[in-house]
Design a protein around this ligand. Sequence first.
Ligand code: MEV
Length: 425
Amino acid sequence: MSNLKSSRIEGLHKMPPEARLRAVAQQADLKEEYVDVLSAAASGQITLADRLVENAISSMAIPIGIATNMIVDGQEMLVPMATEESSVIAAVCNSAKRCRSTGGFKTSTSGPIMAAQIQLVGATDPENVRLKVLERFDEIKEICDTVDPLLLKFGGGFRDLDIRVIDTAEGPMTIVHIIVDTRDAMGANAVNSMAEALAPRLEEWTKARSILRILTNLADRRVVRARAVWLLDEIGGEQVRDDMLSAYYFADADPYRAATHNKGIMNGVSAVVLATGNDTRAIEAGAHAYTARDGWYRSMSRWEKDADGNLVGILEMPMAVGLIGGATKIHPTAQANLNILGVKTADALARIIVSVGLAQNFGAMRALATTGIQKGHMALHAQNVALMVGATGPEIDQVANELKSIGKVRQDIAEEILARIRSEK
Ligand code: MEV
């Protein structure tokens, strides 16, 4: 347990970040070396951190690596990925290389359509409420479009209504979905503002009471699809292909396996989402909810063999990312990464992200169906374990190599190896 006497720090949010760090360090009785770590990590980024979040004291660097070999819709791509996990980027490079011979990834999309929900309660006639709202379609369109004239200027704006009466433990509720084309924005701000502007008018028209007014992350009208074909030779033959298909059927039938299979897909997806300053939680929530849309949790991807026996992978998922608004626009690292990608629209970015997810899934399934995941993973992990036990300079490689050669990447063994190396000096 921490020795903290109180979690209250008077006026913390008003202090400049350096003073804030001091105040936190004092309250938490933090060693000076940790203050130095946080202070150094903040270097150059603290003004930005202070602008992005409350009570900022530092920032945390996540490695950015480049996925090579990607071809998306005929276009060569270098894809920045932000992840702390070993093997993730290497797996994408490898999987993308193996499908270059068939042209890489082909994508399609349903367009940048987002929805916000307005919860209407307290009516004895929820179906009647539904109809009353639908009758106001034109007025609703006008209210929503007035909220964001800029969006309208860029060709976006209100598109449609979808109204559902749902059964809840509290009785039926009428849920109004406003459907909006958000163009190059992720769209949360636009649709939330529209929902908040519209709710009082809905109350007036229907006599129901509105409670929540918020976007849904189940962005099932903003779906992106990627597919790719891997030739038998690139996979390693029929047995590997069949075992990969078996791995897919396993994931599709068993939620315990699906969770891990899909986590692998999200390793790739979230890394590009983060590198471009987009909201990883929004994408993750949408992806998992979309996967369970039939009432059970299954594989996000689909795999089959084509008439020539090659392996075909398909990934279809909501991809609500933007190029404007939020950290995407104001985080210089996100801007730099978007420049590496060279994308000009949110749509283009979304297509790349889903392609990376598919590549990641191929890599994980192939590794799991053949040598297993530990071999590749542990080679990189060995370096981390060496660092964890305090190896420095050439000791890092020495400890890591020895761990790999005995095939056991464990902290206790790394400590013994390091102690031996040092005693031999
Ligand atoms: C590890 O981060 C991801 C995998 O577990 C994915 C999978 O099991 O498919 C390797």
